[in-house]
Ligand binder design. Structure first.
Ligand code: GLN
Length: 194
C-alpha cells in the first residue's frame, strides 16, 4: 500500500488519517522535512490556511513542500488545503503564502456569511456511483483555472473540485462524512504515480 502523509501543523488531521486508512493507504502525520521525504503522497487538511502557512514557515516545511509538489508528488488539499495549492489567492490576509501546484485562482471564504457552513450533494468526475456529500465549512471556491486544470465538480455555478496532474483539491471535506471514495481516488493516484 502507498504511504500517504497528512500535513499535521493544524487542521483536521485525524479525520484524514482515518479516511486514508479506510481507503487502504498507510497513513501518517507529517510535521518535519525528514517525515515528508518518506511519504509517497500528501494530504493538506482543512483548517485555517493563514495558520498553516505561518506554521509551515516556522517548521521549515514551506520550501520542502513547494519543491516536492513541483516535482510531482501526489497531493490532495481539502478546503484550507485547496487554498494552499493555489498559485494565487484572492483577498489573502497580509503575508499569506501558498505552496502552489495547481494553476488556479481561489477565493477564500467565498460562499459567504449566510452560507458559512452547509452540505450539498456534489457530482465529482472520477467518483463512481451516487453524488458525494459535500460538507462546506467557510469554504473557498475556484475563481478561475488554467488550461491544464481539469474541473471535477461545480456547486451553484462555482468550481469546487479540480485536478492538475498529480494534484487534487476540493472545497469540501470528504474526510468528515464517512464516505471515503475521494480518498480512494487519491490513494489510486498515489499508487499509479509510482
Ligand atoms: N476559511 C478557511 C481558510 O481560509 C478554510 C476553512 C476550512 O478549511 N474548513 O483557510
Amino acid at each position: 500500500s502507498p504511504v500517504i502523509g497528512v500535513l499535521a501543523l493544524q487542521g483536521d488531521v485525524r479525520e484524514h488519517l482515518t479516511a486514508l486508512a479506510v481507503a487502504d493507504a498507510v497513513a501518517r502525520p507529517v510535521r518535519r522535512p525528514e517525515e515528508l521525504a518518506e511519504v509517497d503522497g500528501l494530504v493538506l487538511p482543512g483548517g485555517e490556511s493563514t495558520t498553516i502557512s505561518k506554521l509551515a514557515n516556522l517548521f521549515g516545511m514551506a520550501d520542502p513542500l513547494r519543491e516536492r509538489i513541483a516535482a510531482g508528488m501526489p497531493v490532495y488539499g481539502t478546503c484550507a488545503g485547496m487554498i494552499m495549492l493555489a498559485e494565487k489567492i484572492l483577498d489573502p490576509r497580509s503575508g499569506q503564502e501558498t505552496f502552489g501546484g495547481i494553476d488556479m485562482i481561489v477565493r477564500r471564504n467565498a460562499f459567504g456569511r449566510q452560507n458559512e457552513s452547509f452540505e450539498a450533494a456534489v457530482e465529482v468526475a472520477g467518483v463512481e456511483g451516487a453524488a458525494v456529500e459535500g460538507v462546506f465549512i467557510r469554504a473557498p471556491w475556484v475563481e478561475s483555472v488554467g488550461a491544464r486544470v481539469e474541473v471535477l465538480a461545480e456547486h451553484g455555478g462555482h468550481i469546487v473540485a479540480v485536478r492538475q496532474g498529480n494534484a487534487l483539491a476540493t472545497s469540501f471535506h470528504p474526510e468528515l462524512t464517512g464516505d471515503h471514495r475521494v480518498h480512494a481516488l487519491f490513494t489510486e493516484m498515489v499508487r499509479t504515480a509510482g
